[in-house]
Ligand binder design. Structure first.
Ligand code: UT7
Length: 323
């Protein structure tokens, strides 16, 4: 059976750091409120002229080096983002060109904070079908460009950053003990379209718009859906909560992650947490957390890693990976 395996991970954060105290200088907020309610301590902000593709390229270079492959081996580039450089062409093609990849296909996937799981679903299926052999999967965002910096209920929550992984094809028996992506699961419910969205777009008013969110409702659904889809992925693979070595949830709010872990009876020590360092970077949080955990040598060969995310749409999903 052909399966997708993780060959390398990388991440990149822009140099500029904006702490909670920095925000409190111009906004009616405080480090105490932000860190207590969200776990966020700081976020990184892209420099003027530094685009989503630039962040994606830097993370990709690390992932490619980590995977030990050459650029000409890459035959697929998929970028998860809701903050593209331009409305079109896809920012993935910009990354392709900036990296110097000369073949294969490149496209963007748009599923907000669930973007990495959606993109992983596409890449995994393409690899399984033999349509790709070595894929670069990137999550990159410049959310600082779409937050309303005067709206304290949203602007404190987001940041800029990128994560990338290289996936390759491997033949194995296909049991839940074999390494690679065991399964991916994606869902959406468009009835919640306006609970987490930007109040603009190319087709509506010709502008990117700013983020608006019903925080409490998003919180409630995030906990419910993320936990539910982790269970779904375990059932699909005849595995149990106790089999999970690491939970890598979308990094939006530490309270959401704690609640998901509690709902699933997963010990907090098994949850990879990076939200304190960079806030919510939407589609980039999961690959950044994977890169962070890998660089700290948390993962061992054979570990079962559960990924889960929820975001605008609403969209949500999960993946189970044997490392
Ligand atoms: O990936 C999906 C993306 N989004 C999310 O995951 C976000 C999900 N939601 C959340 O994380 C939480 O709902 C928030 C962090 C957004 C809000 O936390 P909360 O505990 O639900 O607070 P709240 O919205 O109930 O607000 C409590 C109070 C309000 O004041 P009053 O009405 O009680 O006087 C807010 O006006 O906190 C106030 N508030 C703030 N105060 C200081 C809201 N934002 C701030 C702020 N600083 N930045």
């Amino acid at each position: 059976m052909r399966r997708s395996v993780f060959l390398g991970c990388g991440s990149y954060l822009p140099d500029k750091i904006l702490t909670n105290d920095d925000l409190a200088k111009d906004l009616d907020t405080s480090d105490e409120w932000i860190s207590k309610r969200t776990g966020i301590r700081q976020r990184h902000i892209a420099a003027e002229g530094q685009f989503t593709s630039d962040l994606g390229v830097e993370a990709s270079k690390v992932a490619i080096a980590n995977a030990g492959i050459t650029l000409d081996e890459i035959d697929l580039i998929v970028l998860a983002t809701v903050t593209p450089d331009n409305t079109f062409p896809s920012t993935a093609t910009h990354i392709q060109s900036k990296l110097g990849v000369k073949r294969g296909a490149a496209f963007d996937v748009q599923a907000a904070c669930s973007g990495f799981i959606y993109a992983l679903n596409s890449v995994d299926n393409m690899i399984r079908l033999g349509q790709a052999n070595k894929a670069l999967l990137v999550g990159a965002e410049t959310f600082s460009r779409i937050v309303d910096w005067e709206d304290r209920s949203t602007c404190v929550l987001f940041g800029d950053g990128a994560g990338a992984v290289v996936l390759g094809a491997e033949d194995n028996i296909g049991s839940n003990e074999d390494r690679g992506v065991l399964s991916t699961h994606i869902h959406s419910d468009g009835d919640y379209y306006k609970l987490l969205w930007t109040n603009g777009g190319p087709s509506t008013n010709g502008q990117a718009g700013y983020i608006e969110m019903d925080g409490a409702d998003v919180f409630k659904h995030a906990v419910l859906r993320m936990a539910e889809t982790v269970q779904e992925s375990l059932a699909e693979n005849d595995l149990d909560i106790s089999d999970i070595d690491w939970l890598v949830p979308h990094q939006a709010n530490i309270r959401i992650m704690d609640s998901v872990a509690k709902k699933l009876s997963i010990d907090k020590s098994k949850v990879v947490v990076t939200v304190d360092q960079h806030a919510n970077t939407s589609a980039a949080t999961i690959p950044m957390a994977l890169a962070d955990a890998q660089s700290r040598q948390c993962f061992s060969s054979g570990d079962l890693i559960s990924l889960t995310a929820m975001g605008g749409g609403f969209t949500w999903g999960s993946a189970l990976i044997r490392w």
